[in-house]
Design a protein around this ligand. Structure first.
Ligand code: PLP
Length: 428
């Protein structure tokens, strides 16, 4: 395939945008080469600036769970746009989407809308700190909760239990309040809680990790985590920015039958427009301004276009009784097909999958946390990525990202993809 026009557009972008992109992973640093510039998209397909058609396994990193330019969502945006695009005053549609979200998600009474997953997680942590009057938080290595300072933390050196900044610009002062835990290691979490008694406000976790590839919670991990939080008076925050409205109507809380204290949303909830949200029971949400003392605000929060897109998306997901089952079945089919052809070609691999989230790791070690996720062979991944791209199949340009399956994919698309994997496998 020819990517001349994309390459030219990238060179032009690099002059005025740092690295040519507005979010780093788009720059293809993880796989080499120059990024593809999208011209338009419809259903399961992307059409790039050179006129290539690509089967899309990223789907805007999750939001397009029903496919690109999905008619009910597009229609809702167009209708709203004609009536004014921002007021900074309350609108009825905010209540409508809030009512629907509260009805779909277990264990939440109120929801506050923001503009991104980052904002949702950042605000959820502030709320947890304000509610518990404690400062420290626990996060898991390899989990991503957006780019706010408290989350850009890596494990500290030696025996220190607190983290250190993993980006310049994050202060040591911020880092000392974030404790790093190992995903799927309940003993480790328990030790951190014991060592920081009465100091921890919350634990934030991706209930199914999706930012180190897809890493499912091991059996009972979330249940035990929830029990530990209750025992220590710590709030449990489920970051369902990826899993919310994707794994089930009620997200991972429903799938695993676990109640979190605060739940964060993003991606699907905005139907492809910039939306995030955080939600909890009344007791917690009533601490938020203007009802309570914890401050949080946004000029464009609850924006009518964004709410219209989100409401149309959630309405579809709420009324289509089979959508989550269909998504899981398509993903399972892909899983089986890819695994078969990789095995036939003696390519060592591990595939992780939960519902419509899936990732392929080139290592035989089970991938259960950040350390094991990092073991994958990146040279093979790069060849795999470019081999698929050349056949018109677009997967995430990084070994640490999950693929997001859309309902717009047909079984023909899946078979085409499996055949493409078979071709690449012979060269790996
Ligand atoms: C994408 C993501 C975020 C950040 O959301 P943005 O909208 O990119 O700010 C937070 N948490 C998780 C789990 C995510 O996948």
């Amino acid at each position: 395939m020819d990517y001349k026009r994309s390459s030219a557009l990238f060179a032009q972008a690099e002059k005025v945008i740092p690295g040519g992109v507005n979010s780093p992973v788009r720059a293809f640093k993880g796989v080499g080469g120059t990024p593809i510039f999208v011209k338009e998209a419809k259903g399961a397909y992307l059409y790039d600036a050179d006129g290539n058609r690509l089967i899309d396994y990223i789907n805007s990193w999750g939001p397009m769970v029903l496919g690109h330019a999905h008619k009910p969502v597009v229609d809702a945006i167009i209708e709203k746009a004609k009536k004014g695009t921002s007021f900074g005053m309350p609108t009825e549609i905010e209540t409508q989407i809030a009512e629907l979200a509260v009805s779909m998600v277990p264990n939440i009474d109120k929801i506050r809308f923001v503009n991104s997953g980052t904002e949702a997680c950042m605000s959820a942590v502030r709320l947890a700190r304000g509610f518990t009057k404690k400062d420290k938080i626990i996060k898991f290595a390899g989990c991503y909760h957006g780019h706010s300072d408290s989350f850009l933390i890596q494990a500290g050196s030696g025996a220190s239990t607190f983290g250190t900044p993993n980006s310049p610009g994050v202060t040591q002062g911020t880092a000392k309040d974030t404790l790093l835990a190992t995903y799927n290691d309940i003993e480790n979490v328990s030790q951190l809680m014991e060592a920081n008694k009465n100091e921890i406000a919350c634990v934030i976790i991706e209930p199914v990790a999706g930012n180190m590839g897809c890493v499912p919670p091991s059996e009972n991990f979330l249940k035990e985590l929830s029990a530990l939080c209750t025992q220590h008076g710590i709030l449990l925050i489920f970051d369902e920015v990826m899993t919310g409205f994707r794994l089930a109507k009620g997200g991972a809380q429903e799938l695993y039958n676990i109640k979190a204290d605060i739940v964060c949303f993003g991606k699907v909830i905005g139907g492809g427009l910039p939306v995030g949200a955080f939600a909890a029971r009344n007791e917690i949400m009533n601490h938020l301004a203007p009802l309570g003392p914890v401050y949080q605000a946004g000029t464009l929060s609850g924006n009518p276009l964004a709410m219209a897109a989100g409401l149309a998306m959630l309405t579809e997901l709420n009324t289509d009784a089979d959508v989550f089952k269909r998504l899981a079945e398509k993903t399972a089919y892909l899983h089986k097909g890819i695994s078969k052809v990789l095995t036939e070609n003696n390519v060592v691999h591990t595939i992780n999958r939960v519902g419509s989230m899936i990732s392929v790791h080139f290592d035989e070690t089970p991938v259960v946390n950040f350390e094991t996720a990092a073991k994958g062979n990146n040279t093979i991944f790069k060849a795999f990525f470019h081999g698929l791209l050349n056949q018109g199949v677009y997967i995430a340009p990084s070994a640490f990202e999950t693929w997001f399956i859309t309902d717009a994919l047909t079984y023909e698309d899946l078979d085409f993809t499996i055949a493409a994997v078979a071709k690449v496998a012979k060269t790996l």
